[in-house]
Design a protein around this ligand. Structure first.
Ligand code: NDP
Length: 598
């Protein structure tokens, strides 16, 4: 029997199809295809959620720790610093409250598709069990506020405040933190938790500035225009022609609500997302009551091990994420067969990936009535080339008479005019364009942070011009007493707050050591930093070949995985659990290896 007959599909033709679909989308401009939200586009990042700016005098005082960012990272850092006995903390946050991603992303249908019981941080500390398996945005925002209350992080916080620069004063061994409120505050330590997807981006579509209708980015949803709330009910657009550009995880969640509310909805697609079953359900109170202390940590770890291909006797979360890995059954099979070469193993994993993606494509056929629309909605790439999505209402929305999918055959929107959007020479007249075009990922760290960091001898932009250089992702030589929380050079996991939690424990430990020994400077050595960068380079999780073969997106630096801050190309290769063990061992050793305390 031929391989194709045995499998029920032909791997060679799928491989060709994937390659063709990728090639169509490759653009020499990479990240340069996007427009930065500044100057004429700056209003796209105005905060629609505060009524008026809070007035306060500039601050010229000193605190022990400034934490930049009041999302989960900053909140966790604050909580763990408090637990370590550090009182003098100030969180600086651009938004009007805590919440970060969940402060900004209030679009209709916003929901987290990582299970709430492992995603929402500090549940046991707060004695809270979320209401549903997958929390909606308002609950997550409320939980962020509850963390702020619980750990007294509101006390000294500066909201509606944007850091504009950080300067290291070597003589005083203090950071001077400047803000757009005229502050020049001093800090012994700074923890930067700017967020991995904090800076919205717009597509560099010719004519984007010429549109005369209404327009906004999904992370600054204009409810004055649409009516409704995060729960939907968009009751002001019944007479409006709405266009959505982008079909990533955000569009997947807001499109069903727009479809319900709008007179007409056009969804402009460059690459379809892979969309599996959601299956949300309310929390079973009996189960919640039965949880034993330590349950959240165990559950987070159980998920993390499973989604990175490890073994656990029980799958506690048992959802689409763990299913993806279970379905990559080739991995398990290959592992038990010692005769297989690495190439043969890779081949089995690839076949399992084809099978899983075939299921995803079959689901599209099952749910979409029109054949041409169904074909256009099928993703042709490997599962982890783009972020997998889970939703039960997105695909059926395209069966509605008022909803049209405008597939751009991988090319993106051709042009924007005064009146609307042009694809393939056809102009679609619209009243409103909603940009579901995501966030900057591969651009320079300081550009995404929105401020420069002036270290002892150079700026962070200069130091990292060819990519990040850190010890364990936390510190970089030449920038004493400064810590980074984020997604690179650490243990990448689909459950991002899990990593933030481990990072916050580590940073709190380091600052505690610095405070206890009354050190002026706590700084990673150049040698330890070089060694860690080499470890990362030698062990990148997703190898270059995989990333190069992927359709472009922010996971592979828009198809240029070698050429910048490739998200998946810069992670510790042995996986998050191994990384967490490394930093735990480092702390237990108690010698601050590779870090000087002077
Ligand atoms: P993404 O970056 O994932 O998606 C941006 C979309 O815009 C893509 O479909 C992209 O197409 C499209 N696009 C870009 N330029 C053009 C163009 N010129 N013409 C047409 N289309 C264009 O952003 P999202 O906001 O959707 O999601 C960002 C991340 O946030 C997710 O990956 C996820 O990590 C997180 N998130 C998580 C959620 C959850 O937990 N459920 C929900 C929402 C977001 P192409 O693919 O071709 O580049």
């Amino acid at each position: 029997m031929s391989e194709a007959t045995e499998l029920g599909f032909d791997p060679d033709s799928l491989r060709d199809k994937y390659r063709n679909e990728r090639d169509k989308r490759l653009r020499t401009e990479g990240n340069e295809q996007y427009v930065e939200v500044k100057d004429a586009f700056a209003h796209y990042v105005d905060d629609p959620y505060v009524d008026s700016p809070v007035a306060r005098d500039p601050l010229f005082d000193e605190v022990d720790v400034v934490v930049i960012g009041g999302g989960f990272g900053g909140l966790l850092a604050g909580a763990r610093l408090r637990e370590a006995g550090i009182q003098d903390i100030r969180i600086i946050e651009k938004g009007g409250d805590f919440g970060g991603t969940w402060y900004w992303n209030r679009y209709p249908g916003a929901q987290c598709d990582i299970e709430s019981y492992i995603y929402l941080p500090l549940l046991e500390e707060l004695g809270y069990v979320p209401k549903e398996k997958y929390s909606h945005a308002p609950e997550i925002l409320a939980h962020s506020r509850a963390i702020g209350e619980k750990f007294d992080l509101y006390d000294n916080a500066c909201f509606q405040t944007e850091v504009t620069a950080m300067r290291w004063d070597d003589a005083a061994a203090r950071w001077i933190v400047s803000t757009n409120r005229g502050d020049e505050m001093r800090a012994r330590y700074v923890c930067m938790s700017n967020g991995p997807l904090n800076r919205p981006k717009l597509p560099g579509i010719p004519g984007i500035e010429s549109f005369k209708g209404h327009a906004f980015h999904t992370s600054r949803w204009d409810y004055d225009y649409t009516g409704g709330s995060s729960d939907g009910g968009l009751d002001r657009i019944g007479d409006k022609r709405i266009g959505v550009i982008g079909t990533g995880a955000t569009a997947v969640q807001c499109v069903p609500h727009l479809a319900k509310g709008a007179k007409s909805l056009h969804v402009f697609q460059r690459t379809p997302s892979s969309i599996d079953v959601r299956g949300n359900r309310p929390t079973d109170q009996e189960w919640a009551d039965s949880l034993e202390p330590g349950w959240q940590r165990n559950r987070m770890q159980n998920f993390n091990i499973l989604v990175t291909g490890g073994h656990q006797d029980e799958d506690l979360v048992a959802d689409g994420w763990t299913d993806i890995i279970r379905n990559l059954s080739g991995i398990a099979a290959a592992r038990s067969d010692v005769e297989l070469t690495p190439e043969e193993m890779a081949n089995r994993v690839e076949l399992a990936d084809f099978q899983k993606m075939n299921q995803i494509r079959t689901r599209v056929d099952d749910l979409i009535e029109d054949d041409a629309t169904a074909e256009a909605l099928k993703p042709y790439y490997r599962q982890f080339c783009k972020r997998p999505c889970f939703h039960d209402d997105y695909l059926p929305a395209f069966n509605q008479d008022n909803v049209t999918l405008v597939d751009t055959n991988g090319q993106g929107v051709e042009r924007i005019t005064e009146k609307g959007v042009v694809v393939d020479g056809v102009e679609y007249e619209l009243d409103c364009i909603i940009y579901a075009t995501g966030f900057e990922v591969g651009t320079a760290y300081t550009r995404r942070a929105g401020y420069e960091v002036h270290g002892r001898d150079q700026t962070l932009t200069e130091k990292w011009k060819d990519g990040m250089r850190t010890l364990h992702g936390f510190q970089t030589n030449g920038f004493p007493n400064c810590f980074f929380m984020g997604v690179t050079q650490g243990g990448f996991t689909a459950n991002f707050p899990h990593m933030l939690n481990e990072q916050s424990l580590h940073i709190a430990y380091m600052i505690e050591q610095g405070m206890k020994s009354n050190a002026r400077c706590l700084e990673a050595s150049l040698e330890s930093e070089d060694a860690w960068v080499k470890t990362i380079e030698d062990s990148a999780v997703f190898n270059m070949q995989f990333l190069q073969e992927c359709t472009p997106g922010y996971y592979n630096n828009e198809g240029q995985p070698g050429g910048g801050n490739s998200l998946l190309g810069s992670q510790y290769g042995a996986g998050p659990e191994a990384f967490f063990q490394i930093i735990r061992n480092w702390r237990e050793e108690g010698t601050m290896a590779g870090v000087s305390l002077n």
